[in-house]
Write a protein that binds this ligand. Structure first.
Ligand code: 26A
Length: 346
């Protein structure tokens, strides 16, 4: 049952089941994968999933923004988070729903009758992860689902919106519907850039949503991919963060905050004021010994989750970043994009 008061945080994207295994460079090479990347699967990648299964793969609930939603809920009071996306009518879809429920995340999935639940092959080599996604049902999300009266009333009740940039490949009209609701009522809207291929190959879609963003989040590689695809002529993360923060904006009541994470290097944040000034802040990450790392799949999603939890709980920018970094450090000590259970207190 949906909460009649609604959920303060609404997240939208692609619900996926991760098929995660440790492998070697030869497997990456066989499928033309980079050690650290996220791509959409093509025909030539379809054999990867069975090969991962043979390598004793683990099935782990994934989907970037779904990980973020579970992460935010980890740090928030009950009934704080709603997640929306499209699954198939199958066992994998049920596993995802159950995992969200156990994490306290309310789901409103569109259930597609024809396609199976999407999956992501996560090939772990050392501290790198290569993600290869077959969206299947996740690609069937529709604006009509969001506009159903019982769902739209939850959209209206939400106070914060987070959209995973991977959804730019799926349903831009749904993203824009949330973005416009946020801007019209001066509610914060946050978007992740998700992967280098988004600014590279979904540039137009990305640029149609960016004016609505109050927060952007990406890692250094995605930041540089954005800069390159817009011929900004710089690879400097601080410079790119500033330029992202100062891009044109629909809601002029808030300046944009652009966040760039850099693995173990400090997180760079550009804070733009409504008058067009921009201030840079850097935050060293929580130190973790190399051998405490299980795998880094989902680190960025966890950061976004912790950060959003801070925003929803009305914490300062500094505290919200700290919550993001804390949750990212917790997540990389778990298998896949997961969080410690029983719950640890921040
Ligand atoms: C459209 N694509 C490529 C994707 C994804 C994705 N989530 C949504 N859409 N490709 C990988 N992921 C998820 O990223 C998480 C790690 O950050 C994986 O499912 C994984 O859980």
């Amino acid at each position: 049952m949906a909460s009649p008061q609604g959920y303060p945080l609404l997240c939208l994207e692609n619900p996926l089941l991760d098929i995660q295994a440790h492998a070697d460079a030869a497997l990456l090479e066989k499928y033309g994968l980079k050690a650290n990347d996220a791509i959409l699967a093509e025909e030539k990648h379809m054999g990867l999933y069975d090969e991962l299964m043979k390598l004793d793969a683990k099935l782990i609930p994934g989907g970037a923004a779904q990980n973020t939603a579970r992460g935010a809920q980890y740090l928030l009071p009950d009934n704080s988070t709603l997640y929306i996306g499209c699954v198939g009518k199958d066992k994998h879809g049920e596993i995802l729903k159950k995992t969200c429920e156990e994490a306290g995340v309310h789901t409103e999935y569109r259930v597609d009758e024809t396609q199976p639940t999407g999956k992501c092959g996560a090939v772990i080599t050392g501290h790198n992860r290569s993600l290869c996604t077959h969206l299947a049902a996740a690609n069937e999300y529709k604006l009509e689902h969001l506009k159903q009266p019982e769902i739209w009333s939850l959209v209206e009740k939400a106070q914060f919106y987070f959209v995973g940039g991977f959804h730019l490949t799926v349903c831009v009209p749904a993203i824009l519907a949330l973005a416009e609701e946020a801007a019209a009522k001066n509610k914060p809207f946050m978007l992740s850039l998700s992967a280098p291929f988004i600014p590279q190959f979904f540039k137009e879609q990305l640029d149609s949503v960016l004016p609505f963003t109050d927060y952007t989040v990406c890692n250094e590689t995605e930041a540089r991919a954005y800069s390159e695809s817009h011929q900004w002529g710089t690879e400097d993360v601080v410079e790119i963060a500033k330029k992202l923060a100062l891009l044109p904006k629909k809601n002029t009541q808030r300046g944009r905050i652009s966040i760039v994470t850099q693995g173990t290097d400090p997180t760079v944040i550009a804070v733009a004021s409504t008058s067009g000034d921009v201030e840079i802040k850097t935050f060293p990450v929580h130190e973790l010994s190399k051998d405490a790392i299980n795998d880094t799949n989902g680190a960025g999603d966890a950061f976004a989750g912790g950060f959003l939890a801070g925003l929803v709980a009305s914490k300062s920018l500094e505290d919200s970043v700290d919550m993001g970094q804390w949750l990212a450090a917790k997540s990389i000590q778990e298998l896949g994009p997961s969080y410690p259970y029983p719950k640890q207190a921040y």
